[in-house]
Design a protein around this ligand. Structure first.
Ligand SMILES: C[S@@+](CC[C@H](N)C(=O)[O-])C[C@H]1O[C@@H](n2cnc3c(N)ncnc32)[C@H](O)[C@@H]1O
Length: 232
């Protein structure tokens, strides 16, 4: 996968994604990259964990820990950073990526151009930060990008929110099996929430058997359903 070419493609909401022809796979939904990320990860995972209705359910000064599987273009990290600033929440964000993208691709995809201009410059800041150490991108957001294989990641149960954003099971089956589901669940704190765009029954049952309470919920445009798991 490392040496595969990646093509820039525009999606239905005007934002771009990457396509890998060799495995016929996109990094995001062609029905809207930012729209999908905002729905699957921000609304249904991060904000679901932070709020009950209009009330914030986290303690004063609590630091929310987010784990992402697959940093890729950094879109989920970028939207999480913007939400941390706007909600004045402190987030420690750990993201795993085995195949980091080149700066050339990142500057072409430039999600900074699609958000409020107060935040535009932060997109490149995420990408220019060093790997494998915590970096303060903003006082509300500490980023650790780990250049490792998910298979080698081991964590204590500390994460409040997990974005499981691997390539699809038929394209990268080694990211979707019982060992991986257990690894994810073991990394989650009590009341932790995990979402993924993939709604397959076998995935839902896999996370359920690993210990999460699973829900099927409406997906982003073009996708009827997605799944969310909670560690109750
Ligand atoms: C669907 S894309 C993620 C999209 C990303 N969240 C974004 O917003 O651009 C899946 C990502 O998982 C990464 N990946 C693939 N195999 C991996 C592995 N074994 N460990 C960690 N990351 C991996 C890919 O390189 C790719 O960046």
């Amino acid at each position: 996968m490392k040496h595969y070419g990646r093509e820039l493609q525009q999606t239905a909401d005007g934002t771009y994604t990457l396509f890998i022809p060799e495995i016929d796979e996109h990094y995001h939904s062609v029905n809207g990259a930012i729209t999908e990320a905002n729905h699957v990860y921000i609304k249904e995972a991060l904000l679901h964990r932070l709020y009950k209705g209009a009330s914030l359910v986290i303690k004063d000064k609590e630091i929310i820990k987010v784990l992402e599987v697959g940093f890729g273009t950094g879109l989920n990290a970028f939207l999480t950073l913007i939400n941390a600033i706007e909600n004045n929440i402190r987030i420690e964000y750990v993201t795993l990526e085995l195949y980091p993208l080149s700066q050339d691709i990142i500057s072409k995809i430039n999600y900074g151009a699609f958000v409020d201009e107060r935040y535009s410059g932060l997109y490149m800041k995420l990408h220019e930060s060093e790997w494998d150490k915590p970096v303060e991108i903003d006082k509300n957001f500490i980023l650790t990008k780990k250049n490792i294989d998910l298979k080698d990641f081991i964590s204590d149960p500390v994460f409040d929110v997990v974005y499981f954003d691997a390539f699809a099971p038929d394209k990268q089956p080694e990211m979707w099996n019982d060992e991986i589901y257990k690894k994810i669940v073991d990394s989650m704190a009590e009341n932790g929430v995990m979402t993924t765009y993939c709604a397959k029954g076998v995935v839902r049952r896999g996370f359920r058997d690993a210990g999460l309470t699973m829900e099927r919920i409406p997906g982003p445009p073009g996708k009827r359903e997605m799944i969310r798991g909670s560690k109750i």
